[in-house]
Design a protein around this ligand. Structure first.
Ligand SMILES: [Zn+2]
Length: 469
């Protein structure tokens, strides 16, 4: 297979392509209808359905129970029980010849909420309309689970088998940080991963070029590190008709005002330097040199710097960012509360520690009565690009998408990839889906959808990637 250099982007022969597209679309529509909004998740029925399909196809598959809420150290394995939202992951394995180490296909099956009043179709009805599957999870990430599951079915009858085992893993709880999903499995059920060398999950896709520009295969190799903090002030409570200079809310507002004005320094990490160097040939003429030497250009070229930082996404790639999100004060107009609090969503560049950043914030705030408490943090990890899997992605891109650039990316959000990078597994955020600029708007937004063609194409392309790996 391969090497034909056809421009039609047809990854495998088209036999049965329509049937594949139809089956993938129907499966996605079906699982959008199985409720898994997190919290509470309640992913067990969906995990069971995926395992049923895989088992019926003769593939070794199991439902893996995962911790259910509330987190209680004395009941680590909670089977749900009456009235509780049982949680579980779906796991399956296609054996290879053993000549190579396993590759894991990781997706998550929980979703964020959707407000039906904002959508043009009901978000949990799983509608197929005008060539699209529409509904919460179509992209993030039930659509990924379907791509991975259909890939398993396509590879099942392959003779000879692949060199590597392919392990399917669809987990709960990603949208709440993954501690009770992928995090639990990586910590407590490592045997399910075998001695996996590679993992593919969400976080990157194929961005279609505009106005004749070539497509970009964006492969997420690292993520910024979340450092979520609670900031709390305690003041003198009482009737607010005679204000106390020491009240909690004004004190918090003063602290937040200092936080809001903080300017974090610009720092170009090696991963980001590499990312923009790879993007340089595709950049607008005026930006090409800057992309090639990003750190130097940001330092010396004020015009370039202004253009670059003027884009929020790019700005977040070269500095630590702080967003003030949650805010809590008093419940009544005429009562000064004892305490007030806010949450900060801080995202750090690789190499920075949350404790250090928190200390820096405390210093900047300069009020000893203000307390900072960590809510969630983990260090950033990177996967290298000098691997067989990365080279395979480059080769397949060159074969089916001539002119496409494969770009190693840092993403500003986080996925479950870090749990596996911590185990030493090379984890890339990459799902072979072809998306135009506006296509990802539905992720965590309204009218989330994926085209049926895209779904089938992603399966055929992933099959091809695994065959060539
Ligand atoms: Zn997701």
């Amino acid at each position: 297979m391969g090497g034909s250099g056809i421009a039609s982007a047809d990854p495998v022969p088209d036999e049965g392509a329509d049937a594949l597209a139809e089956r993938a679309a129907e499966l996605l529509a079906e699982i959008i209808r199985i409720p898994t909004v997190n919290p509470p998740g309640g992913e067990a029925p969906l995990a069971a359905r995926l395992v049923e399909i895989l088992s019926e196809a003769g593939i070794e598959a199991r439902v893996i129970a995962t911790p259910s809420k509330p987190p209680d150290p004395s009941r680590r394995l909670d089977d749900g029980g009456p009235g509780r939202a049982a949680r579980a992951a779906a796991w399956a394995r296609l054996p290879g010849t053993g000549r190579g180490r396993p590759v894991v296909l990781l997706s998550h099956i929980d979703v964020v909420p959707a407000d039906p009043s904002e959508w043009t179709v009901p978000p949990f009805a799983g509608e197929i309309r005008d060539g699209f599957v529409i509904g919460r999870g179509a992209l993030d990430a039930k659509g990924v689970a379907v791509t991975h599951l259909m890939t398993m079915l396509q590879l099942r009858d392959r003779n000879p088998p692949l060199d590597r085992d392919v392990i399917f893993l669809a987990t709960p709880d990603e949208e709440a940080g993954g501690r009770d999903g992928a995090g639990y499995l990586a910590r407590e059920r490592r045997e399910l991963l075998g001695d996996a060398e590679f993992l593919l999950t969400e976080g990157g896709s194929i961005r279609l070029g505009e106005a004749g520009a070539p497509p970009v295969w964006g492969v997420a190799v690292t993520e910024k590190s979340p450092c979520w903090l609670e900031i709390q002030t305690v003041g003198t409570p009482g009737h607010s008709a005679a204000p106390h200079p020491d009240a909690a809310v004004p004190r918090l507002v003063a602290a937040l005002d200092r936080v809001r004005r903080m300017q974090t320094p610009i720092r170009v990490t090696p991963q980001v330097e590499e990312m923009f160097a790879a993007l340089a040939p595709l950049a607008a003429e005026e930006d090409r040199d800057g992309y090639r030497n990003l750190a130097a250009a940001l330092d010396r070229d004020p015009e370039f710097r202004r253009r670059f930082l003027g884009n929020r996404g790019r700005n977040a790639l070269v500095r630590d960012t702080i967003s003030i999100t949650v805010l809590e004060g008093g419940p009544r107009t005429n009562v000064a509360p004892l305490e007030a609090l806010a949450h900060l969503d801080v995202r750090l560049l690789p190499g920075k520690r949350c404790e250090d950043f928190s200390a820096l914030l405390a210093e900047e705030i300069g009020d000893p009565a203000v307390r900072l408490r960590p809510l969630l943090s983990f260090p950033s990890r990177s996967s290298p690009t000098d691997t067989a899997l990365y080279r395979t992605l480059e080769r397949v891109a060159a074969e089916i998408d001539p002119g496409a650039a494969v770009v190693p990316r840092m993403i500003t959000g986080f996925t479950d990839a870090h749990w596996f990078r911590e185990l030493g597994i090379v984890a890339y955020g990459f799902v072979p889906r072809r998306l135009a600029a506006g296509d990802t708007r539905g992720v965590h937004g309204v009218d989330e959808k994926v085209s049926v063609d895209n779904l089938a194409w992603s399966v055929r392309t992933l099959v091809r990637i695994l065959e060539e790996l």
